[in-house]
Design a protein around this ligand. Structure first.
Ligand code: LLP
Length: 442
């Protein structure tokens, strides 16, 4: 099957050209640009693979979400795990964002970026004593409890410090968010949250404990959800609990509906109507008289970032054609782990009538699971061509590893007509620096 052929399936680059803004991009002189900076310039100056993020796109998405849910008191606690670059956190902190953290490391990141503790919520199904101690000492807004066992652990750590820890219950509403199975977190069989049958008892136990202060109830049902209904269903499931607590005289501060709002990964994917979504969610929660907390990650940064990669070579296998690029599963794990479909397009965008071919876009890592795209129709490319992997701003760099002793990608933040390297590509020397040879081997 050597050579190239024109295949029927439509190449994504046509849809990207039609609406580049959904991916945080523009097309200028037939080339992709982020704000005022050609992606080609970034690749030439910083090399590849490199993640590039648009400050304006991040700000626009944050602001539009804040507007959509801002009818009453609301705090957007940005899910740091989606993209935890200090510069990105600082950009969001400047707009008043809080943070949803899941580790002691993310606590340090959020605080270092200037996010006040009173706007930080701490989620996660297992938190170590050190992490709890740090969160309690910092006075975070809420430690989201996920089990009876954890209630006791937090109480013990708070008592040891002579402080009162603010906690919230993360319940598991048993809602199917109809997303990838790895991204569903609010089903009965998932490890997350406190089952609805146990929630009231845990809430009462928290209320009775002088070392704990119950500030709220919340849930997070999953990720990449493009519909309001699962959110409304989970709010409904929490209604009874909230009413019983009120009847008990337990006053809460907040209702946390988690993150999970989805983004389009392809030109034809649905786009959440933010206005409608925001109205539905705020109307469903208005009657509780509580501050609404959201934990959005992907929605804010996902389509504000791309991964730049160059074609190393082409290879015609017995059964398939491969475009081998310099980014791999260690740089962007989502295709390998979730079979996630990211649009890949040449940065110099060819016309609609260009020659296209069907190929797997793969990295150099020694794993068959190392692919960025399978059986994808895309314009014919050559060694050295620059490609952009779109929608890579969320769960890209934060899930990158150094597998195969490949340094992680560099990261840049575009701002108007300029860009800054916000994390240089580490050297291999730096990767080896912390390793030690035991004396008996030296
Ligand atoms: N809150 C909690 C408690 C979470 O566990 C998560 C994500 C979020 C908020 C933010 O969800 P988002 O708004 O970003 O959907 N690595 C996967 C996504 C895993 C999400 C884990 N939890 C991916 O690449 O799709």
């Amino acid at each position: 099957m050597a050579g190239t052929s024109v295949v029927e399936q439509r190449s994504d680059h046509i849809g990207v050209t039609a609406d580049p803004s959904r991916f945080g991009l523009r097309v200028v002189d037939d080339a992709l640009q982020m704000e005022g900076v050609p992606l080609q310039t970034i690749a030439s100056e910083v090399g590849t693979p490199t993640y590039a993020y648009s400050a304006a796109a991040i700000e626009t998405r944050y602001d539009s979400l804040a507007r959509a849910v801002g009818r009453g008191p609301t705090t957007l606690c940005y899910a740091v795990k989606a993209n935890s670059a200090q510069a990105v956190l600082q950009l969001l902190a400047r707009r008043g964002a809080g943070a949803d953290i899941v580790s002691g490391g993310e606590l340090i990141r959020a605080q270092r970026a200037g996010i006040p503790a009173d706007r930080i919520v701490f989620s996660g199904v297992g938190k170590s004593s050190d992490e709890l101690d740090a969160a309690i000492a910092a006075g975070v807004r809420s430690i989201n409890l996920e089990s009876t066992e954890e209630r006791m652990q937090v109480a013990a750590r708070a008592r040891a410090q002579g402080r009162v820890a603010s906690v919230s219950l993360r319940v598991n509403p048993d809602i199917d968010p109809k997303t990838h199975p790895y991204l569903a977190t609010g089903l009965q069989e998932s490890k997350f949250g406190i089952g609805m049958e146990d929630a009231l008892a845990v809430a009462r136990a928290v209320h009775a404990d002088p070392s704990l202060s119950l500030v709220g109830v919340g849930c997070h049902i999953g990720s990449q959800i493009n519909d309001a209904q699962p959110f409304l269903d989970s709010i409904d499931r929490m209604r009874g609990l909230l009413e019983t607590l009120r009847a008990d005289g337990i006053a809460l501060r907040q209702l946390d509906i988690g993150g999970g709002l989805g983004i389009p990964y392809g030109p034809e994917d649905p786009v959440v109507d933010l206005e409608t979504w925001g109205r539905a969610v705020t109307e469903a929660t208005a009657g509780f008289g509580l501050e609404l907390v959201l934990e959005p990650g992907r929605f804010i940064v996902g389509n504000a970032g791309v991964l730049l990669t160059r074609v190393l070579l082409r290879k015609n296998g017995e059964a398939k054609r491969f475009v081998i690029v310099d980014a791999a599963m260690n740089d962007l794990l989502r295709p390998a782990l979730y079979q996630a479909r990211h649009v890949i397009t040449p940065v110099r965008v060819p016309g609609a009538d260009c020659d296209v071919e069907q190929a797997d876009v793969v990295g150099p890592v020694c794993e068959s699971g190392d692919f960025l795209a399978k059986d994808r129709t895309l314009p014919v490319t050559q060694t050295g061509d620059l490609l952009a992997v779109l929608s890579a701003g969320a769960y890209g760099m934060t899930m990158a590893s150094t597998y195969n002793t490949r340094p992680q990608p560099a990261e840049v933040l575009v701002h108007g007509d300029d860009f800054d390297v916000i994390r240089p590509r580490p050297t291999v020397e730096a990767l080896l620096e912390d390793e030690r040879i035991p004396p008996w081997l030296a």
